[in-house]
Write a protein that binds this ligand. Structure first.
Ligand SMILES: Cc1cc2nc3c(=O)[nH]c(=O)nc-3n(C[C@H](O)[C@H](O)[C@H](O)COP(=O)(O)OP(=O)(O)OC[C@H]3O[C@@H](n4cnc5c(N)ncnc54)[C@H](O)[C@@H]3O)c2cc1C
Length: 304
């Protein structure tokens, strides 16, 4: 019988990837890279089985060829993972080994009768494209969306896979990365070019302080204007966040930025252009000038 694999190499998106897999129509098995607590969390989501590959002494990426060999033996119909660097590397090795079709920004996978149908976001998430393959599919699941409910807890088996000995970590340079609390913040206020001028950042800081939120920004505010350090930028080129609330002020909703924030539970946007693509991504939107809206929000929060 056809089966689906999920690859889990971080704690952020396992429940969402499991949700997509659980709706595929085929039983899904989880391959977890990390430690026992991550494997236990995934097991509680109700997969058919969990294999833990302990990465305390090796890079998960070094296991990729061995995992691809396992895929060649077991022939999963589809392999799903989140859009994180480690899972993508392993998924890539599997795709090559299986000569699989590869799709990114995937929102749904359906496996039946030797065919796999995949839905993925295109056109800045304005449209959904439907693909069908009669062979294996490797799917990078789009961030955000539903999370699998807890199911019958699966047994966790310990996987053994020989690691590439040609891959060595020389150094991990992490100056400033995540030291500001952005990665773990429950609330984040994001600021984009629509803020207009550096002096307006004081409005943002005041709002963030009232809300008890960290401040993030879009790439141009760091790279072009140098108003923020790089560790405040969120998106493709930098870091992904998954706060309960992401309040974004004067950003257009460019895909490279949104990739970093789709893990947020609720996105609220302020933009003066009612056609801005951010309004297709947010739960709540306010059309207006950030310089007028921010003080109103701050006063309302302080008065609450
Ligand atoms: C390879 C690559 C990687 C990238 N990686 C990243 C990344 O990791 N993170 C990232 O953020 N970007 C990244 N970018 C850049 C990205 O493509 C966008 O250019 C950027 O995110 C846009 O930033 P923005 O939304 O602040 O600006 P804009 O797209 O210019 O949007 C500004 C918005 O503000 C609104 N606005 C203007 N004035 C006001 C006002 N007074 N009140 C309210 N709203 C107003 C406008 O309507 C507009 O929608 C990358 C680009 C490339 C090519």
């Amino acid at each position: 019988m056809s089966k689906v694999w999920i690859l889990v190499a971080d704690d952020m998106s396992a429940a969402h990837v499991a949700d997509v897999a659980s709706k595929s129509g085929a039983p899904y098995e989880a391959l977890v890279f990390g430690d026992a607590s991550r494997a236990d969390a995934v097991a509680a989501l109700g997969p058919a089985s969990v294999t833990l590959y302990d990465t305390s002494a090796t890079l998960a990426e070094a296991l990729a060829p061995a995992i691809a060999d396992r895929a060649a033996q077991e022939q999963p119909a589809a392999v799903l993972c989140s859009d994180d660097a480690t899972a993508r590397a392993i998924a890539g090795a599997i795709a090559v080994k299986l000569s699989a079709a590869v799709a990114a920004a995937v929102t749904s996978v359906s496996v039946s009768e030797g065919k796999t149908v995949v839905e993925r976001l295109v056109a800045d998430a304005a449209a959904v494209q439907v693909l069908e393959t009669s062979g294996p599919a490797v799917c990078i699941v789009a961030d955000g969306g539903d999370e699998a409910d807890a199911g019958a807890a699966a047994e966790v088996a310990t996987g053994s896979a020989s690691a590439l000995d040609s891959l060595t970590v020389l150094a991990t340079n992490c100056d400033g990365c995540a030291s500001n609390g952005l990665l773990t913040a429950e609330k984040v206020v994001g600021v984009g070019l629509g803020i207009g001028a550096k002096e307006n950042l004081a409005l943002v800081e005041e709002l963030a302080a009232a809300l008890g939120a960290e401040v993030a920004c879009t790439l141009p505010l760091c790279d072009n204007y140098h108003w923020f350090e790089h560790d405040r930028v969120v998106g493709t080129s930098t870091q992904k966040i998954s706060p309960r609330l992401y309040l974004t002020l004067g950003s257009s909703g460019a895909p490279q930025h949104m990739t970093g924030v789709r893990g947020a539970k609720v996105i609220v946007a302020v933009n003066n252009d009612s056609e801005a693509s951010i309004f297709r991504e947010c739960a709540y939107g306010i059309v207006g000038d950030v310089k007028e809206i921010i003080p109103v929000l701050t006063a309302a929060i302080k008065g609450a």
